[in-house]
Design a binder for this molecule. Sequence first.
Ligand SMILES: [Zn+2]
Length: 250
Amino acid sequence: MQLKTILNRVLKHSAFVYVAERLVETVAGPALEVQLRARANSRPRCSGCGRTGPGYDTLAQRRFEFVPLWGIPVFFLYAPRRVNCARCGVHVEALPWAVGKHRLTTAYAWFLARWAKRLSWKEVAEVFLTSWDQVFRAVEMAVDWGREHRDLSAITAIGIEEVQWQRGHRYLTLVYQIDTHCKPLLWVGKERKLKTLLGFFGWFGKERSAALQFLCSDMWKPYLRVIAKKACGGACAGSLPHHEPPEQGH
Ligand SMILES: [Zn+2]
């Protein structure tokens, strides 16, 4: 069975076809490359408004990371077209397997984000032959999706965690909902400063922040107290519970 046959089974696109696949040798070892092209006579779809329009030109070929097979990295190769969109002007076409400038295919991003709930982000990157940055982007994509699709109205407890990366030179601030068994990650901040956490509360909103009853973290407590006071109207400021690590690792 050819790889194309499997891809057509799991990820078939109406306007694009898998043309060819080949095994190439790279400095990092073997890799599988899958060439895609637009179906003949198909008009590109504008990534700005979603409407189809006449083609304008074709950009250089891009590589998109797909889920590895047998431990071999898989890349989609495709040269995106630009659309002469009546509404948006000249715009790059929308691709069903990736969003915007992402190098990860959406399927692979979801795959990595799911594993990132079970293993540390570093382990996920190592096991699946990708970078920590790509795992981070995958988690960020899943978090963005969750924020748009999850009901955030009844959150009463959050956990805040700081994560070191790049050998401890940089930090992330992660905020989890902890009053459910699955502890979804609600928010990823790219630093660990006071303004990072204020950024979370800015997004979370006054009403939802006031409804919080527990704020759990082992971050620097004086500034968490300030935040807790802001969030819970003082109710949880004096009683920060002992940090309970979320199930997700990094
Ligand atoms: Zn458009």
